[in-house]
Design a protein around this ligand. Structure first.
Ligand code: HEM
Length: 137
């Protein structure tokens, strides 16, 4: 992965961190708008969705921080991908989640979500989801 891509993603994620809880909320509302069928896969209580949102943001934070050391990150993503099979996640769902993630970053970052930042995130999410999917299916 290119240094430039890594730094664009890491620097922009720093700006999302202070609004992580809101970003998680935006993410799930975008996700369920894009595909309402995904809703039953997730916990139904609001409280449990907050916990879920925290897990997602912490995992993203760890992944973003670990981009310069992909060898260490890959086995973590492979295990995560395998666990997602048990959550009834299908490979095509990764496309929808990617769209919801980019949409959330666009809302959260505003003008800082430049085409360059968007492309860097698309590349990082693509790599992460490829590793998860390949290990799982
Ligand atoms: C890069 C992509 C993704 C990341 C980083 C991610 C992260 C996580 C994390 C950290 C958890 C907590 C449980 C665990 O660690 O096993 C989780 C659970 C879950 N994820 Fe993902 N996920 C990704 C993609 C997806 C996709 C594509 C879907 C499809 C809708 C999905 C749906 C779920 C569901 C249903 C759960 C379990 C909720 C529950 O029952 O508590 N995730 N995810």
């Amino acid at each position: 992965m290119e240094e430039k891509t890594i730094s664009l993603v890491q620097d922009s994620f720093e700006k999302v961190k202070p609004i992580a809880a809101t970003a998680a909320e935006i993410f799930y509302s975008k996700l369920f708008e894009l595909d309402p069928h995904l809703k039953p896969l997730f916990p139904s209580s609001e409280e449990a969705m907050k916990v879920q949102g925290n897990k997602l943001m912490s995992m993203l934070a760890a992944a973003v921080a670990g981009l310069s050391n992909l060898e260490a990150l890959v086995p973590i993503l492979q295990d995560l991908g395998k666990r997602h099979v048990e959550y009834k996640v299908e490979p095509f769902h990764y496309t929808t989640v990617g769209e919801a993630l980019l949409g959330t970053l666009e809302t959260g970052l505003g003008d800082d979500f430049t085409p360059e930042v968007k492309e860097a995130w698309a590349s990082v999410y693509g790599t992460m989801s490829d590793v998860m999917i390949e290990a799982a299916y």
